[in-house]
Structures are given as C-alpha cells and as structure tokens.
Design a binder for this molecule. Structure first.
Ligand SMILES: [Zn+2]
Ligand SMILES: [Zn+2]
Length: 346
C-alpha cells in the first residue's frame, strides 16, 4: 500500500517550531461534511457612544480619545507589561525560576469606523495600518530594554476580543517570547547551514506545488502550512527575505494590504460570519543582533472548524500529546482558495 497523505494517518513536522502535528484524514471521508449555518448578523453602528475606542469617547483612567481620522495608537490602559517594573530574579535549584520582565503594551485602532474590519476596509486604509505597525515596531524596538515587539489581533468574542471596534495590540517585551524564540532558533540554524531563508525555501516549494496556496500577489503569499494545527490556519510570507515590516518597500506594503484584505474576506465568506481569529506578525527580535535568517511572516489562527458555531478545541491528546487534525491542510486550502473574493456583506 502506498503512503497517501490524504488518506492515511500520519504526523507532519513543523520546521519552524520543530514540533509535530497528527493528521487523521481517514476520519473525513469527504473533503467537507459539516453544515454551514446562517448566523444572525449583529450589525454594528459606524459610531458607538459606549465604545472606548471610538473617536472622542472616554477611556479608563480619565483619558479621552482624540477625534482621530486614520489609525490611532495609545498605551493600553490595562497593560500586562510595564516599563518601570523593578529588575530582579530568583532561582532555587533551577526549579523555582523567575525573572522580572519590563515592557510596553499599546493599542492600535485601525479606523475611526466602529463597524469596519480588515476585510471591509479599503486597501489604502489597510496600508495605513501596516505603516502604523511598522512605526510601532521601530519606535518600541529602539527602547534599550525592549528585545521583541509582538503585533497581534484578537478578533471575535470567541477569541476573547471584548470590543468589535477594529483594533490590535502591540506588546513589546524585555525577553523574546517562546514562539518567536523557537522559530528564531530554527531559522538561524537553517540560514547558517544553507545560507538562505528557511521560509524563502518553503515558500518556493509551496508556490511550485500550489496545493496549499490560498492567495498570492507579487509580494506576498498566504497558504495553509503543511504543518497547520488549526483547521483553517494560514501563514503569510513575504516573497522577499526581509526581517521586519519596517523593511518593506511601499509596493510591498501595498501588496501586504491587498493580501490581508483578500485573506480576511475569504475567511468571512467561509461561514458567512465575521471570522474569529488570532493573528500576528513575527518579526526579527530588536535585541540589536542581525538575526539574518529571520524572515518576516504572519500567522492566522482561527478556531472555527465546521460552521460559525462549531469550533475546534485543543483538549485531551492535544493538550497531553500533540495537536491533531482531521481535515487536511490541502482540503482547507482548497476550500479557502475557491471562495469568492467579494465579501458576502458587500
Ligand atoms: Zn468603536
Ligand atoms: Zn512565526
């Protein structure tokens, strides 16, 4: 019997994190078994007087938002990290280990419009968001105690987003967080051995095969990675080997804006709901080292599995052993790729 990835249980290796995922395609006899449900749309107003992110509204701690017209950035009123936390640490027998952590938490509003999302913003407006992300990376990364800047968006109540106003967060920290640290080590080792980017090589392979590509333009591509854990997880990779958003040329930033709009539109169209997800950009740590192997990319981790109301849970074997999926990354990519490029609400 020949080994067929789309038929037989197997595990796949993630070269970025060097972890494995279990794939069980035999559990889905057809590419798609689930129902798609129409979920009542809760339409948002353009301006919400009770929203703490809308222009002119009051926030916690006596702050008032300016009447902003593009993007708007401010220090998180409930920051998880503080710039002036006292330094210190402890280590008992290598078992009780703690280390102080300083940092800065910012909030980026994408638009003054309460009712928009990336999928429903103009490409030019998304470009302005990308410019803001790049500027925050540079500004925070330049602080002497900041070694890493994480830009991320939680969208939807399912992912813990408390407010539908389009916004994301930027957490800048004194240490390199776990996920970036794993991916940095793998990319640096690959670059030292082969002299080229791991993700650059991976992207070339994927574009050649095309079976996991969801969308591509001249500067970026979105694909369901070979080792995807979440059902409709995607990886966004720049064609050029750059280390951070700040290094993108104007054309490349426009390409990324186009891709983000295309990808999030397809996500929304999949179950005809505003698709929940956690997404974020991995950029080179700002610790002053070159990190030549680090390749700019973004991850989208959406929790939905079968419909707007059926989500995947990471429980049981996944918590205790390794992640597992039934629908293969190839099947997920095919579904996303074939969805209309026009948003269902337009
Ligand atoms: Zn709002
Ligand atoms: Zn990454």
């Amino acid at each position: 019997m020949t080994f067929e990835l789309n038929e037989h249980p197997h595990r796949r290796f993630n070269p970025l994190t060097r972890e494995w995922v279990l794939v069980s395609p035999h559990r889905t006899k057809r590419p798609w078994q689930g129902q798609t449900e129409e979920v009542a749309q809760e339409s948002q107003p353009r301006y919400d007087p009770t929203c703490y992110l809308c222009p002119g509204n009051a926030r916690a701690g006596g702050h008032t938002n300016p009447p902003y017209e593009g993007t708007f950035v401010f220090d998180n009123d409930y920051a998880a990290l503080l710039p002036d936390a006292p330094a210190g640490g402890s280590d008992e027998a290598g078992l009780l280990v703690a280390q102080s952590e300083r940092g800065v938490c910012r909030v980026v509003c994408f638009s003054p419009r309460h009712d928009l999302t990336l999928a429903r913003m103009e490409v030019g407006e998304i470009r302005a968001v990308i410019d803001t992300w790049a500027a925050e990376y540079v500004r925070l990364g330049a602080l002497d105690f900041i070694k890493h800047v994480q830009v991320f968006e939680n969208r939807g109540a399912m992912m813990g987003a408390s407010n539908p106003h389009p916004h994301c967060q930027v957490w800048a920290s004194e240490s390199v967080p776990n996920e970036t640290a794993k991916e940095l080590a793998a990319q640096e080792e690959y670059f030292e051995t082969k002299g080229v980017s791991l993700l650059g090589d991976y992207l070339s392979l994927e574009l050649e095969r095309a079976e996991r590509v969801v969308y591509e333009n001249r500067h970026f591509a979105a694909l369901v990675p070979f080792w995807a854990v979440w059902p409709f997880e995607t990886l966004v990779v720049s064609r050029r080997h750059v280390h951070s958003l700040e290094q993108l040329e104007p054309d490349e930033r426009n390409g990324l804006a186009d891709l983000l709009r295309q990808l999030t539109t397809r996500y929304d169209n999949l179950f005809r709901v505003p698709f929940p997800y956690s997404m974020g950009f991995h950029q080179r740590p700002t610790d002053g080292r070159a990190h030549e192997g680090f390749h700019l990319h973004a991850h989208f981790y959406p929790p939905l599995l079968r419909s707007a109301t059926v989500r995947k849970f990471m429980v049981g074997f996944e918590l205790l052993g390794m992640p597992q999926r039934d629908v293969t990354p190839e099947q997920a990519a095919l579904r996303l790729r074939e969805l209309p490029a026009r948003h269902y609400m337009d």
